[in-house]
Design a binder for this molecule. Structure first.
Ligand code: HEM
Ligand code: HEM
Length: 463
């Protein structure tokens, strides 16, 4: 059986290669594949045991770290692989389609890694979800893709994208296997065709796996606890009250969110104040319904009380007794108490799930965004895009998604005064990927690597 497996595996491997094909930089595609296999295995284990395991146990945390370092290896090797293929003009006819499949994978892998970060379930997940949501909303993808909805992302990261990636990789590799590794297209470069050294290839793969396992041990994936509405209410009751007022009066970012399309079309007064307050009153029959009292007052009085409530909470120290003549102030203060007791966030989650059955995270995340705490925390740990926050993790010394650094560069340069940077950033990235995909087909431009002559270093071998 082992013999048969070995025979089958050997049949899938490339048999003869140009002499330079056994060098390290022609193993980069193979090493990308090995990283992908590590991601699939660790991903399945993580999914099997679930969030409690990966967040609270040592083996779970280690598995997460292996998954994270395998991601680093995967993206790094793909990018190096693209450089080798580019400089050696490995994309020339008849390998143009191989290149196109490659670019599709590159795009999907970057997307997949971002979705992965969202599943960590810590502060970084919340922060990246908000940044991502702005980006996707700006590019109109927000109609279909809501990265604030953890369940949607779970399905995409665990099933949809891995299956698509496997399918495209199959096509990519089938073409490589069928066409063999490209020989130098320049007639003056003479290179012998030699048997591919599979042993060396697998040794390199083994060293890579070992490297990933060791790095995961010494530089584990960080975990900064997620911010909750409960923690905001406890630490800064005045901020909690001010945020509730912003939602009530539709002055919050969520209520006034316009990013080409308006994805957050729900009524913030209803979601964050009226509905949870109704739950609070229903749960405690001794409470007088202050919102009801407020709603039956004359419009002019309500307007003056809203203003008074705003003034009051802007100067509130979070503990002083609230004035009894303004029912809105009393209701908001009661919601703050509810939040401190840990009952407000579950209420909002339930309201979310009622409105959109497959989503119970969007409303909470938008509330936290409106409060400004996520933003302030990101600034304090240099995680903002304009601080090049993608280069590092939220804590610890592990590398972050450094391949997204061009977004920071764009924000600092071309998009620095752009009123819709998310949309225009999306357009720039979309155009880049389309041009990259079309590259082998663009006359003159596709001759660039030939002019650069870096192939000399790649093909340098005795004939
Ligand atoms: C998931 C990521 C990828 C994997 C696992 C992968 C795998 C491979 C493998 C195993 C080879 C055989 C030779 C070698 O290892 O260099 C190969 C060749 C090739 N790859 Fe990829 N690749 C990936 C991404 C890409 C990307 C992003 C591009 C282009 C943008 C690309 C373009 C090519 C081309 C054109 C060849 C043929 C090169 C030649 O014959 O010299 N690949 N790939
Ligand atoms: C191209 C392939 C993949 C990439 C680039 C990728 C990337 C990531 C990243 C960067 C994380 C965050 C890791 C961290 O906590 O530090 C993550 C998390 C996760 N991934 Fe993947 N992943 C891939 C494939 C998969 C597959 C195939 C599965 C399962 C079938 C999976 C399941 C998970 C799970 C359950 C988490 C959450 C646990 C955690 O925080 O690590 N992933 N992924």
């Amino acid at each position: 059986m082992a013999k048969e497996l070995r025979k089958a595996l050997t049949a899938t491997m490339i048999k003869d290669v140009p002499a330079y094909g056994n060098k390290f930089f022609y193993s980069l595609g193979f090493l990308s594949m090995i990283s992908f296999v590590v991601l699939i295995i660790t991903g399945i284990i993580l999914a099997f045991y679930g969030p409690n395991w990966w967040l609270t146990t040592t083996p779970g945390s280690y598995m997460r770290s292996v998954h994270l370092w395998a991601t680093q290896a995967f993206v790094t090797f793909i990018i190096l692989h693209v450089l080798v293929v580019f400089f050696s003009s490995g994309f020339k006819k008849p390998r143009r389609l191989t290149w196109v499949f490659g670019v599709i994978m590159l795009f999907l892998v970057i997307l997949q890694s971002e979705f992965g970060y969202l599943l960590r379930n810590d502060y970084s997940s919340q922060w990246r979800a908000l940044q991502g949501a702005d980006f996707y909303n700006g590019t109109h993808l927000g109609y279909w893709l809501n990265v604030l909805n953890n369940k949607q992302i779970y399905g995409i990261h665990l099933v949809v994208l891995p299956l698509i990636l496997m399918g495209v990789l199959f096509l990519h590799y089938a073409l490589v296997r069928f066409l063999g590794v490209a020989r130098p297209y320049r007639p003056e470069v003479k290179v012998a065709q030699v048997p591919a050294n599979h042993t060396v290839l697998f040794i390199r793969g083994g060293v890579l796996v070992l490297g990933i396992l060791i790095l995961a041990l010494i530089l584990p994936s960080p975990l900064v606890p997620a911010t909750t509405i409960t923690s905001v209410a406890k630490q800064d009751p005045a901020l909690m009250a001010q945020t509730l007022m912003g939602e009530y009066t539709a002055q919050s970012d969520t209520a006034s969110y316009v990013d080409d399309i308006a994805p957050y079309s729900y009524n913030t007064q209803q979601v964050y104040v009226n509905a949870p307050y109704r739950q609070l009153v229903a749960s405690d029959t001794t409470l007088i319904d202050q919102l009801n009292r407020f709603n039956v007052e004359p419009a002019a009085l309500r307007a003056s009380q809203i203003k008074a409530a705003n003034d009051y909470f802007n100067n509130w120290n979070g503990t002083s007794k609230v004035p009894l003549n303004n029912p809105l102030v009393i209701a908001i203060a009661q919601l703050v108490v509810m939040a401190k007791a840990g009952l407000y966030q579950p209420a909002v989650e339930a309201i979310n799930a009622q409105a959109t059955p497959a989503d119970d995270t969007t409303y909470v995340l938008r509330f936290l965004a409106d409060s400004g705490v996520l933003d302030a925390h990101a600034t304090s740990i240099s995680l903002q895009t304009d601080q090049y926050g993608m280069l590092h993790e939220e804590a610890g010394h592990a590398l972050g998604a450094w391949w997204l650094a061009p977004i920071g560069l764009l924000d600092k340069t071309v998009l620095s005064n752009d009123s819709n940077g998310d949309r225009d950033g999306g357009i720039i990235f979309g155009t880049f990927f389309i041009l990259l995909m079309a590259f082998p087909y663009i006359p003159w431009v596709n001759q660039l690597p030939d002019k650069l002559k870096v192939y000399k270093f790649i093909w340098r071998t005795k004939p």
